[in-house]
Design a protein around this ligand. Structure first.
Ligand SMILES: C[S@@+](CC[C@H](N)C(=O)[O-])C[C@H]1O[C@@H](n2cnc3c(N)ncnc32)[C@H](O)[C@@H]1O
Length: 312
């Protein structure tokens, strides 16, 4: 994969030739940037207007089926899978053959009970068995900033622990989606660097895995990230999504606009955009909210399309 960033001159040329990526009949972007277009409207309709096989990556966080309603409205858990499937069929149609669909979805409790809902697992099963996606890998977003809820079970009766992961289903159209973990390597740990300096003796672990003496040669540029996405700069390690002072939040405050209640952190789309796409590929977020995905795609020089049905 070739991921060479464009020079200023190339960017200027691109700017001059810029037009909506896929002129959609009867649809004007709400706003456009150098690399992308944001549409205001129902993402099902926008996706229906997109040509088949035109998008490399769909990364999104739809409204979750929470039993309490957020300002922008959530669909009831029972109806959730039914509600979501038409979007999923469209996502599959517009993806290229080696494209991916990365779906961030939160778990939740059954109303009035200290037991967990299975809706996100039910959705996953339908996405694979009815829509025809492949489950490339299940990933998790470690979000230490999640609130200790429901208070009844966690902080009052103290019979459940704090929930701190969200699910990220990495689905693909084919069994071999484009992916390159070299694009998301992490720095080697101090232990790994020590091992590398010292060298390891060939051995067999109790699990039966053979460790070769060449194992600790860490010249691959970094360690392969786990499927738990976190952030601590410069690595993608451990983060919350409650940043009170990022530029989006500050601009909202300045203009008196309500801050989106359910943003994901930039590190989440960033990880998957780097991992699963190349420069100039097309990234779509059909439930874009504040358009975190578009802003990251712009920075990474990927073309992007974002849709939300709420103007703010
Ligand atoms: C969980 S939020 C996404 C937040 C986003 N990831 C961010 O970082 O800001 C889900 C979004 O889906 C939008 N939405 C719900 N139904 C939609 C639809 N049919 N078409 C377009 N957007 C929709 C909601 O308005 C909401 O902003």
């Amino acid at each position: 994969m070739l991921n060479i960033e464009k020079t200023g001159e190339q960017l200027d040329l691109l700017e001059k030739s810029r037009k909506p990526r896929f002129p959609l009949p009867g649809k004007e972007p709400f706003y456009s940037t150098r690399f992308g277009d944001a549409y205001l409207g129902d993402s099902l309709e926008v996706m229906q207007a997109l040509p088949e096989g035109s998008v490399n990556l769909v990364v999104t966080s739809p409204p979750y089926a929470l039993h309490f309603k957020k300002a922008y409205g959530n669909v009831d858990k029972k109806e959730y899978v039914e509600w979501f499937l038409p979007f999923a069929f469209e996502v599959k149609r517009i993806l290229v053959d080696d494209g991916s669909f990365v779906l961030n979805i939160g778990g939740s409790y059954n109303p009035g009970s200290p037991t967990r809902s299975l809706y996100h697992f039910k959705l996953l099963i339908e996405l694979v068995e009815s829509v025809g996606f492949h489950l490339a890998q299940e990933c998790f977003w470690y979000n230490p900033a999640k609130m200790p809820v429901p208070a009844e079970w966690v902080t009052v009766r103290r019979i459940r622990i704090r929930d701190s992961v969200e699910y990220v289903w990495w689905l693909s159209r084919s069994q071999h989606p484009k992916a390159n973990n070299r694009a998301v390597l992490k720095s080697y740990s101090a232990d790994m660097q020590r091992l590398n300096g010292r060298g390891v003796r060939g051995t067999t672990r109790p699990s039966g895995h053979n460790i070769k003496s060449s194992f600790a040669r860490i010249d691959a540029g970094g360690s392969i990230p786990p499927n738990v996405i976190e952030e601590v700069p410069p690595d993608l390690l451990k983060f919350g999504n409650n940043a009170a002072n990022d530029s989006y939040t500050l601009k909202c405050k300045k203009q008196g606009i309500t801050v989106h209640p359910a943003r994901f952190p930039a590190a989440l789309p960033e990880f998957f955009i780097k991992f699963l796409t190349d420069i100039d590929d097309v990234v779509l977020d059909p439930f874009a909210g504040s358009n975190t995905t578009g802003s990251v795609a712009e920075r990474l020089q990927r073309r992007w399309i974002a849709v939300d049905n709420v103007k703010e």
